[in-house]
Design a protein around this ligand. Structure first.
Ligand code: NAI
Length: 330
């Protein structure tokens, strides 16, 4: 079994080698992501293993299939970088890694929330300029606030556990409430969660239903000065409206790890280069905004699981013809 690994980062290399050896696969790899101009690298391979930065449209899928690829393994939970229908209809089987470390994202979410509440960014900016004054740095405590978690699946559920530790009031909304979560948080209709929360944390997936769920209309239902935390997907927010909310003071602060249109710059060194995303650039200028570059998942445990589970998926396809993490027609 020959496997072409695309977008292999240095921190993944040792894990890829170890799992390749464990399953007896022959590995080929490139730091390049999979796209039209690099699809030929998988020629002669049975499988292509990709990251979330790769893009597999119908044309790329056909190039892979023509080169002999029968299995496509993404080392991510998200599948929106693949044209699933086209890939499957070419007879290529797909698998993802649905969960690699829910705690990684939930802990990052808590960190970003605390940074907002304690003016972490401004504190560090001042300290580096040897300004040790504390004017304007008075924070707020989670245990005095109401936190609403929208989406209480694996990551949202872990976030509920983490926030529960602070002792504040916890509200939750999910299409499918969980019994475990309901012991720590009160499930309410979404509008009520919006109306009562001081902090709103979004951890539901991007679907047609959740696309731009935070816009001018829903913002008007939230508390004045609400803090928004989005560590899920950029498409959940209508960013012009969120920006306007921040500028008017309706939104008191924003922590985000994801933004719509992030693909050209996210996780890249863009110093000295043009970033064609005016809302993003404006957000970075605001003092009450905390940004990380889609790294909420990024811990040692998560990296090992993303690589290891992708290899296990391939092993199951290869030895049993099926895999419990198969991605099927939507
Ligand atoms: P999950 O599938 O375990 O949970 C998602 C939850 O959202 C489910 O309980 C589901 O019922 C709920 N949900 C679906 N539609 C909803 C709606 N319209 N309103 C409210 N809730 C709804 O997924 P998991 O593992 O918890 O991941 C959640 C999201 O986190 C992913 O979809 C992904 O967008 C994001 N993510 C972000 C990462 C990062 O590095 N920033 C890394 C990994 C995931």
């Amino acid at each position: 079994m020959n496997v072409m690994i695309y977008g292999l980062r240095e921190d993944e290399t040792a894990y890829a080698r170890a799992y390749g050896e464990k399953f007896g696969f022959t590995l080929h790899s490139s730091h390049e992501i999979l796209k039209e101009s690099t699809a030929h690298l998988a020629k002669g391979c049975d499988a292509a293993m990709i990251s979330v930065s790769c893009s597999v449209n119908a044309k790329v899928a056909k190039m892979l299939r023509d080169g002999g690829v029968r299995y496509l393994l993404t080392r991510s939970a998200g599948i929106d970088h693949m044209d699933v229908d086209s890939i499957l209809s070419l007879g290529i089987q797909i698998a993802n890694v649905p969960a690699y470390s829910p705690n990684a994202v939930s802990e990052h979410t808590v960190m970003m929330t605390l940074e907002l509440l304690r003016h972490g960014l401004e504190q560090q900016r001042r300290i580096r300029a040897h300004d040790f004054s504390i004017e304007g740095m008075c924070g707020r405590e989670i245990h005095n606030l109401t936190t609403g978690i929208v989406g209480t699946g694996r990551i949202g559920g872990a976030a509920v556990e983490n926030f529960h530790g602070f002792g504040g009031k916890l509200l939750a909304y999910d299409l499918y409430p969980s019994e475990k979560v309901s012991k720590m948080a009160t499930y309410l209709p979404l509008e009520e969660v919006y109306r009562q929360s001081d902090i709103l944390v979004f951890l539901c997936p991007l679907t047609p239903q959740t696309y731009h769920m935070v816009d001018q209309k829903t913002l008007s239902k939230m508390k004045d000065g609400v803090l928004l935390v989005n560590t899920s997907r950029g498409g959940l927010f209508e960013w012009n409206d969120v920006l306007q909310g921040l500028e008017s003071g309706k939104v008191g602060g924003l922590a985000f790890d994801v933004i719509e249109g992030e693909r050209p710059f996210v996780r890249k060194d863009m110093s000295g280069q043009r970033i064609d995303h005016p809302q993003f650039l404006r957000l970075l200028e605001l003092p009450n905004v905390v940004y990380t570059t889609h790294v909420a998942f990024y811990t040692d445990e998560a990296v090992e699981n993303m690589v290891g589970i992708a290899f296990e998926n391939l092993y199951h396809f290869y030895t049993e013809g099926k895999c419990s993490n198969s991605v099927l027609h939507p």
